[in-house]
Write a protein that binds this ligand. Structure first.
Ligand code: CA
Length: 311
């Protein structure tokens, strides 16, 4: 009996010990998860504060961006925008002893604007239509895809032709969307249009934009990438593009007339060109802690010839 009694006491002690150990484990894990939770909360708040700080830093550069864009042309002549211009240079603005705010400014007139497919009166621009067709042709893609872009942008819901597509055609295709009947805002939107996909968009991406603020057909001959230059007119070819690039690198064209006198391929008055850019995309970035804050702006020339933020 005494042996049995001792064993019962032993069992009870063992049980108590087990309960104590389990309790300690439970309490430890509770404390651990609370500490981890609090640590995560602190991390989240810290990140949020850093992001706000980085965005404040980025925003602080806006006046300098506007100053650079609005500074008068050197020598007082009419404005010439080229890759040599002050705005086109990488800009770093010191924030404190260690940190800088980085600014990148890109003019929109360097690209063929999809939204210039429709002029201000709502008429199809054959100039832009042909430029887009040339871009597709150069990539051995069907030029017919341009018709559905015109339908997507134009105000009405009447299909232009056999390759066009309006509301009814998208519904028939089972698409979850219909044309906006307004300007495109991103190149992702282009991939949604009938006859298009992401791959097609990526092939012509270096030459195009979907800017909705500046929809002129004029391309800036001083800033356009070779892909856009090649699509300017039927007479363009890689040799001419190469010499334009070489010439403007040593000395940007001061006027469209100067450029036209140099290159017969672009001498026709009906080829819309410019040496001035009226719209810019600006990206300002700054880092606080390990968090990067980015501010993107769309800037446009207003009626008083001043550059202002439009988005
Ligand atoms: Ca339409």
């Amino acid at each position: 009996m005494s042996w049995g009694g001792r064993s019962q006491v032993g069992n009870q002690q063992g049980m108590v010990l087990l309960i104590v150990l389990v309790s300690i484990a439970l309490i430890s894990s509770l404390i651990y998860s609370r500490v981890e939770g609090q640590r995560f909360q602190i991390y989240r708040v810290e990140n949020e504060l850093n992001l706000q700080q980085a965005q404040i830093m980025a925003r602080s550069a806006i006046p300098e961006v506007l100053r650079v864009l609005n500074q008068p042309q050197e020598g007082g002549g009419s404005r010439v925008d080229s890759l040599e211009a002050a705005w086109a240079q990488p800009l770093e603005i010191p924030w404190d002893r260690e940190q800088v705010v980085e600014v990148s400014i890109i003019d929109v007139s360097r690209w063929i604007n999809l939204n210039s497919l429709m002029d201000s009166s709502g008429t199809l621009s054959t100039v832009t239509e042909q430029r887009l067709q040339r871009l597709l042709e150069q990539q051995e893609l069907s030029i017919e895809a341009v018709e559905a872009v015109a339908d997507w942008i134009d105000a009405d819901s009447e299909r232009r032709g056999i390759h066009g597509a309006e509301k009814l055609e998208y519904q028939a295709l089972g698409a979850a969307y219909v044309p906006t009947n307004g300007p495109l805002h991103t190149l992702h939107e282009l991939a949604l249009i009938k006859g298009w996909d992401e791959e097609m968009v990526s092939l012509i991406r270096p030459a195009i934009t979907a800017n909705a603020h500046c929809t002129q057909a004029e391309i800036n001959i001083n800033t356009a990438p070779p892909e856009a230059l090649l699509a300017l007119s039927d007479e363009m070819n890689p040799v001419v593009v190469e010499s334009i690039l070489e010439l403007r690198e040593s000395s940007p064209f001061q006027s469209v007339d100067e450029m036209r006198s140099e290159f017969a391929e672009l001498s026709a008055q009906s080829i819309p060109l410019t040496t001035e850019s009226d719209c810019y995309n600006v990206k300002i970035s700054a880092t606080a802690g390990k968090v990067r804050g980015v501010v993107k702006l769309a800037i446009k020339k207003n009626g008083n010839n001043r550059f202002v933020i439009v988005e």
